[in-house]
Design a binder for this molecule. Structure first.
Ligand code: PMP
Length: 346
């Protein structure tokens, strides 16, 4: 890995971050807060939240088996994606490399920041080859984005290939594990101490059932996390979100139950989708959704909308011609979808 100072944008490396009132206050016993120009009324919404979300991280750290200093929390993992782009990539100079197809926000964040986005197509079976990504990279490539299980294809990426990429690439590898809870593949979190150039993204939006609260996680070396903390908005995770996250973390056994149920539903839904006359190919899934090639994706998408059922049309996405992406819902929701598709007249 190149030294972090060489990978970071020079202006960010030099930046003296904004210090909020609550950054300076270190949590020592205090009862009178006259430091942040807040309104003393309207408890509990009147106070600024902890800028570093220390309570949430204190509960999260043992669950993830990582030190607090290796955890960044943001307004969805989308915030972490954007901050990585802004921290490491000089606009109009640097570039990032990513597999294609994959989650659309990597490209959007790159383009917003005027960072060239280099797509490397997956193989026909949706696997990826580390060598192809490395061949697309040059001295201006700061980040390589991987997503496993990948959205929208649903498959885990090969672990040895991911390791190969991390070992050979001199910049940072960002591995998005938004859907890892639904996969049998172990997370890469335990590998972080071995790989100083690895950033793992996870989210409260999927298995944790908290898409509404907007809470994403980035895990990396304390040096990388410190750079993200330096450039984030001071109060990027609001108080209501921090409280709800703590409540969810205390109930983490329930999440395991949801995941178990959703995996059972995934098997059932997959078996039924495969039998439908309109299904051309059902791709295996390690996530909480299926990619399905159908006879006519645009027509079936519109047909389902007419029945009040919304799926994602991926027809125009690389390698996904005539494909729909279908989230695993509750048993009655999945049944409603299947019944509609059984009635569909090709
Ligand atoms: N990564 C992937 C692969 C996703 O599919 C999504 C949401 N669809 C996200 C990240 C965004 O997560 P968040 O809600 O935490 O911003």
């Amino acid at each position: 890995m190149r030294p972090l100072e060489q990978l970071t944008r020079p202006n960010v490396w030099r930046l003296k971050p904004y210090a909020s009132a609550r950054d300076e206050y270190n949590g020592a016993d205090a009862t009178v807060f006259l430091d942040a120009n807040e309104n003393p009324y309207n408890v509990p919404h009147n106070r600024y939240p902890d800028p570093l979300q220390r309570e949430v991280k204190r509960i999260l750290a043992p669950i993830k088996r990582l030190p607090v200093e290796s955890i960044f929390l943001g307004n969805g993992s989308d915030e972490a994606i954007d901050l990585l782009m802004r921290a490491f990539c000089c606009p109009a100079v640097d570039n990032v490399v990513a597999i294609d197809p994959t989650y659309g926000m990597y490209q959007v964040c790159a383009e917003v920041n005027d960072v060239a986005y280099r797509k490397v197509p997956l193989e026909e079976d949706f696997s990826f080859r580390a060598d192809k990504l490395l061949a697309a990279a040059d001295e201006h490539t700061k980040l390589i984005f991987l997503c496993s299980p990948n959205n929208p294809t649903g498959n885990d990426l090969s672990r040895p290939e991911i390791e190969r990429l991390i070992e050979r690439f001199e910049g940072l590898v960002v591995l998005d594990e938004a859907y890892n809870d639904f996969s049998e593949a172990p997370s890469f979190l335990s590998e972080l101490p071995r790989y100083p150039n690895l950033v793992v993204l996870q989210t409260f939006s999927k298995a944790w059932g908290c898409a509404a609260i907007r809470l994403g996680m980035a895990f990396a070396s304390p040096d990388i996390i410190a750079i993200l903390n330096k450039i984030k908005y001071p109060y990027n995770v609001n108080e209501l979100t921090q409280r709800q996250a703590m409540e969810m973390l205390h109930r983490h056994y329930e999440i395991a139950q949801w995941v178990g149920t959703l995996k059972e539903e995934r098997s059932r839904l997959g078996a039924e989708l495969a039998k439908l006359p309109c299904t051309v190919k059902l791709f295996p899934s390690d996530a909480n959704f299926f990619l399905v090639r159908v006879t006519d994706a645009v027509r079936i998408y519109r047909y389902l909308v007419g029945k009040g059922i919304i799926v994602r049309n991926r027809h125009n996405v690389t390698l996904c011609g005539n494909c729909l992406r279908i989230t695993v819902g509750t048993r009655p929701e999945n049944e409603q979808l299947l019944e509609a598709l059984r009635q569909y007249d090709a």
